[in-house]
Structures are given as C-alpha cells and as structure tokens.
Write a protein that binds this ligand. Structure first.
Ligand SMILES: [Fe+2]
Ligand SMILES: [Fe+2]
Length: 334
C-alpha cells in the first residue's frame, strides 16, 4: 500500500473511531436516539403484550409522549418513578438510587497489610509493586489526576470477577454464595468514585487516551489471570487496593498541609455517601479511602476462599454476619 493510501486510511479511521473512543460522553450524546429506540421498543412490547393479555398492558406514560427532549433511562423505555430525598427535594441521580446511598465505615483500619506468605501472594505482591512505581513516577503529586485514572482501573476487577463467576454459576448449575453480587457491587462502587472525581476535574485528551489503552490491556490481562487462578487475581486486587488506600492517605496528607484546595464536596458524593451538606473534598477522600480498605479486605478474603485448602478457608470465616457482609460489599469488615 502506498504512503498516500496509508495516510488516507488512517485519517478515515481516526475520523470514524476518534469521536466514539475518545469523546467525553458518547452515551449522553446518543441518549436522545436511545430513548427514541427504547420508546419504540416499549411500544412494540406493549402491543405484543396486548395480544396475549389485555390486562397487563402498560401504556407509555403521557410524560413520555409530551416531549421527545426527555431522555429516559430504564430497561423498558418507561420513565422511572419520581424519587425524592428524605427532605422531600427531588432525587436527581439516575446512576444510583436513594436506597443505594450509604454511610461509609471510616473506622476501618487503613494500615492493614496482608504479608505475602506463599508463592501466589508473592507473585501478586511483586506484580503490584512493579506497576506501582511507574504510576507514582508518572503522576507524582497530581493526586486528582492519579485518583481519577486509578478509579478507571479499579472498577475493572470486580466486573471481570463477577462476570466470570456468573458464567461459572450458569455452567455448573450452582449458586455463587453471594460473591457475584459482592464483586459487581465493588465495581459499581469504584465507578461511583470515578463519577465523583469527574465532578471535580475533567480528564484531558491524553488522559482519555491512556485510560483507553490501559483498559484494553488491563481488562484482558485480568480476565486471563482470573481464568488461570482466581486466587492470584483476587490477591492482586487486594494489593492494588492496599496501594489505593496509601495513595488516598497521601492525597489527604497534602490536603491537610494545604497543598491542594479543599473544595466543597460534589453534590453526587454528598448524596451517595450521605454526607453533611457542608462536606469538603477531604471528607470525600476519607469515605473513598474507607471503601478501598473494604475492597482490600474483601479481595484478600476472596483469594483465601478461592484456595483449594479447606482448612485455610475455615480459619478465615467472617464471624457472625458472613452472608450479610458478602451481599453488601460496602459494609464488610473482615
Ligand atoms: Fe476506588
Ligand atoms: Fe477499590
């Protein structure tokens, strides 16, 4: 292929793929179209249902027909019910609901470290150490940028682990013991960390490009690692979470010293963590760090549960409220 043709092909690819891969929010841009499609699907579903059971027919609410400008986020293209906060003011978040808000346990031990004891632990520990130094070198004191990009990676393991356990549950016709939900909740919690940081700082184009490349590599590497050894994969995540706790502690220290402006907490964080209205970035970092400490414990425990040694499993059973803890990753205190 000639040089001219190569240049033409690459510029065509960039024109076609660039906006999709690197634009700030392709989904929000497509929301109008999606909502139209959803409404069309809803109408189809409604007409299909009417042929089978007239009684069950659920007409599209009048609010939907009123204006095409209203973006609708729901499975069936039907407007979700109007939700309110405790004080009666309207609930403005679609990415989480009032019953998903919670108070983080900030009393959790943020200095806990799992000492690598066997070869799997050591491999996981040194893998994370090898990843840590270039990351620190790259970000140095740019804590906000570090936190934002860290969260784009941190939200991957829970989703991959949850997805693979989901498939395993289907293949084996057996229950998961609450682990699927726990891991997916972890991924969702990490994504909410990201949504919070995005309210404070916007990623630059090259940061988006880094995230794009890192996600492609990390997702696939973690997927393969989890297939090969869930024990290793969870241990790696446990150590990644330990590093996340450390980096948030550094962030907090610099906020205490006044090296960064302690801006007011974003509204999304106040609602998600049930924080007082006058909360600041410092309060937000404290609750996020508590979440990371919780993920650390959950993943170190999951690594033990993935072990084939039954005696080892029994040693680390969470006392009393095991089931409750595993079904709600945010409240686990292992
Ligand atoms: Fe996080
Ligand atoms: Fe985390």
């Amino acid at each position: 292929m000639s040089h001219h043709a190569t240049t033409k092909l690459s510029s065509l690819l960039l024109r076609q793929l660039g906006p999709r891969l690197l634009s700030p929010s392709p989904f929000s841009g497509a929301m109008m179209e999606t909502s139209k499609i959803s409404r069309a699907m809803a109408r189809n579903c409604t007409s299909m249902a009417s042929t089978n059971a007239e009684k069950e027919e659920k007409p599209v609410p009048s609010s939907v027909a009123e204006s095409d400008k209203t973006a609708i986020v729901s499975y069936w293209g039907v407007a979700p019910p109007k939700l309110t906060k405790e004080d009666g003011s309207p609930w403005k978040w679609n990415c989480f609901r009032p019953w998903e808000a919670y108070k983080a346990d900030t009393t959790i031990d943020v200095k806990k470290h799992h000492k690598p004891v066997n070869s799997v632990d050591k491999l996981a520990f040194w893998t994370v150490q090898a990843l840590k130094y270039p990351t620190y070198l790259f970000f140095q004191k740019r804590h906000m940028c570090h936190a934002m990009l860290l969260e784009t990676v941190a939200a991957v393991p829970g989703m991959v682990g949850g997805m693979l356990l989901h498939c395993k549950s289907l293949r084996r016709f057996e229950q998961s013991g609450g682990w699927i939900k726990a891991l997916l909740e972890e991924a969702e919690n990490e994504r909410m960390h990201l949504m919070t940081f995005v309210e404070i700082a916007r990623p630059k184009w090259y940061e988006r490009a880094i995230v794009f490349a890192v996600q492609g590599v990390f997702f696939n590497a973690y997927f393969l690692a989890y297939l090969a050894s869930p024990k290793l994969a969870h241990r790696i995540t446990g150590y990644l979470e330990e590093e996340a706790v450390n980096s948030y502690t550094e962030f907090l220290n610099d906020l205490e010293k006044g090296n960064f402006e302690n801006v007011p907490a974003p509204a999304i964080a106040i609602d998600y963590w049930c924080l007082p209205p006058d909360s600041t970035l410092k309060d937000v970092i404290k609750v996020i760090r508590a979440d990371e400490a919780h993920h650390r414990d959950l993943n170190h425990y999951a690594s033990v549960c993935s072990s084939s040694s039954t005696s080892e499993k029994h040693e680390l059973l969470i006392p009393l409220d095991l089931t409750k803890n595993l079904s709600s990753t945010r409240k686990t205190n292992i």
